[in-house]
Design a protein around this ligand. Structure first.
Ligand code: ZN
Length: 109
């Protein structure tokens, strides 16, 4: 039995996930992960030894939204909302740093 390439998944492989986005990569995965990968879920390839990371299997949470909240102090509070987490993580930053970081994280450069 060949085991799925997604970290910590012990299911038997059902097909091959192939991508040519940045570099060619092909690896064997189980049916559930193949379906999720083909649907466009985020992933990160960690090399042949460590396999693929996906949500719930080693990939850190994805930032889906951010909010910049004005304060009476010279900076702002930046709240990052991640996929599947109802409570945002908040940080105090200068206004300029918060806008640059928020834009970078959501790809709105
Ligand atoms: Zn799997």
């Amino acid at each position: 039995m060949t085991v799925c390439s997604v970290q910590r998944c012990n299911q038997e492989t059902a097909g091959r996930f192939t991508t040519n986005e940045k570099v060619f990569m092909e690896t064997a995965v189980c049916g559930d992960h193949l379906q999720r990968l083909e649907a466009g879920e985020p992933w990160s390839y960690q090399g042949a030894e460590n396999g693929l990371l996906m949500a719930g299997n080693g990939l850190p949470p994805v930032v889906v939204k951010y909010e910049v909240q004005e304060t009476i102090a010279p900076g702002v509070t930046l709240a990052l909302h991640t996929d599947g987490d109802e409570t945002p993580s908040s940080f105090w930053l200068s206004k300029e740093s918060a806008q640059q970081l928020g834009s970078f994280l959501t790809g709105n450069l």
